[in-house]
Design a protein around this ligand. Structure first.
Ligand SMILES: Cc1cc2nc3c(=O)[nH]c(=O)nc-3n(C[C@H](O)[C@H](O)[C@H](O)COP(=O)(O)OP(=O)(O)OC[C@H]3O[C@@H](n4cnc5c(N)ncnc54)[C@H](O)[C@@H]3O)c2cc1C
Length: 384
């Protein structure tokens, strides 16, 4: 990967890897078993400036380009997908504010979020509305300078640990809007959802809004904008995060299994000398290389504001999350009984990787959108 990076990106990447090696990898299995990440780790991430990674420096952020943000997610995903979930949802909110927030909203919210004084989460999904966001029932009603918010959001990453939530709903059941809601607002009940398959330490939550009063000035963008503009924009950053974190998970599989098969012997030879095992390692390594290039290309397209960035990001998310799921299953197979124990990281990779195929647009939704796009392009090319 090094040859594709600037020297500044290389330097930051090695800082991220060292951080993960020292502060994430040793504890990640324990966080999963405990179903939570200690406050000290989140504070440490904040102190390093990592919660403000992509926020412009004028608001106290690091002003990273998107390749650097990808490298950060790769390093964190290598260590703990649960921790990567925090950066994923927090960045979806900061980027939405950077793009759609007014000057006053940016000045008010971004410094707090960039410093990590407050952590943000993003609430789209409802018990009756997942892939099809148009089915959202959460409702905002306006009374003077206040919205009255009612509804339920479910499966919200870091919902039980975040300070502020970007909550999507419809104004009078019609125009989609999104507002920032503080966790302590009266009428909001937050319930932790434990025992997930993956993202076990990501504080998933159900949010119930019962006549919650939200100042109108907390609305981001205009009424009617939220599902067509805000959500797709935010999801693009979610997909960048999932793609690169899946890449980190895949790298972890290759490293763990590669080292194991060189030393573990069976039937008079090391595992690597058995063709079926070697085949699995080969496919892992090749997909790791392919996913790396797709992730880099997606973030370069985003850095350069290219028209094809959205599609490149979807391709990277689709490929890397599927590769992560396939190869982490093989990683368990290669490790044998060791890989079946919760104290071994590959069992965590296996569980987390399945979840990566569902979040930020499931693989089926990616197939629908990418399949149509590829077919349309092919038809145009044939006509020429
Ligand atoms: C670990 C985790 C973290 C999450 N974090 C957040 C979060 O922070 N914020 C948030 O808002 N949500 C979050 N979610 C929710 C997530 O976004 C939804 O789970 C996802 O959008 C899918 O919605 P659903 O679960 O309701 O499944 P459904 O939409 O009911 O889909 C069920 C199945 O049907 C398939 N399907 C749906 N439509 C079609 C179609 N047209 N054609 C073919 N197949 C289709 C889907 O791919 C899926 O396999 C999280 C979920 C998980 C598991």
């Amino acid at each position: 990967m090094k040859q594709h990076l600037s020297s500044a990106q290389q330097e930051l990447y090695s800082e991220f890897l060292t951080f993960v090696h020292e502060h994430v990898e040793p504890s990640a299995n324990r966080w999963d078993i405990d179903q939570g990440i200690p406050h000290e780790t989140i504070s440490l991430c904040a102190a390093r400036g990592y919660l403000g990674g992509t926020v412009p420096t004028e608001f106290g952020g690091q002003g990273w380009d998107y390749v650097t943000y990808g490298l950060f997610n790769e390093a964190i995903g290598r260590g703990s997908i649960s921790l990567s979930g925090m950066f994923n949802v927090h960045t979806m909110v900061t980027e939405t504010l950077c793009k759609w927030g007014t000057d006053d909203q940016q000045k008010f919210w971004l410094p707090k979020l960039a410093s990590g004084e407050q952590v943000a989460a993003l609430a789209l999904t409802e018990p009756g509305a997942g892939s099809d966001l148009q089915m959202m029932k959460t409702n905002y009603r306006r009374e003077g300078d206040t919205f009255i918010l009612n509804g339920v959001k479910k499966w919200i990453t870091f919902g039980a640990a975040a300070d502020v939530l970007l909550v999507f709903g419809k104004l009078d059941g019609e125009q989609p809007i999104a507002c920032l809601v503080h966790k302590d607002t009266p009428g909001l009940t937050i319930t932790h959802i434990p025992d997930m398959l993956g993202f076990k330490a990501s504080y998933l939550a159900m949010l119930e809004f019962d006549n919650v009063q939200v100042p109108v000035e907390n609305m981001i963008g205009r009424p009617g904008f939220a599902i067509s503009y805000l959500a797709p924009y935010a999801l693009e950053f979610g997909r960048i995060s999932i793609a690169w974190a899946s890449l980190g998970l895949l790298r972890a599989c290759v490293e763990t299994c590669g080292a194991h098969v060189m030393d573990r012997a069976a039937f008079g030879a090391n595992l690597i000398d058995h063709g079926m095992i070697s085949h699995m390692i080969t496919d892992m390594g090749v997909d790791l290389e392919a996913a790396t290039l797709l992730c880099l290309e997606a973030c370069r397209a985003k850095n350069e504001h290219r028209a094809d960035a959205t599609e490149k990001i979807m391709i990277a998310k689709y490929f890397a999350s599927r590769a992560g799921a396939r190869h982490s299953a093989n990683a368990v197979q290669i490790m044998g009984a060791l890989g079946c124990n919760d104290n071994h990281s590959v069992s965590r990779y296996y569980r987390d990787s399945k979840t990566m195929e569902i979040v930020e647009g499931s693989n089926q939704i990616h197939q629908l959108l990418l399949g149509k796009s590829f077919a349309k392009k092919a038809k145009r090319a044939v006509r020429k």
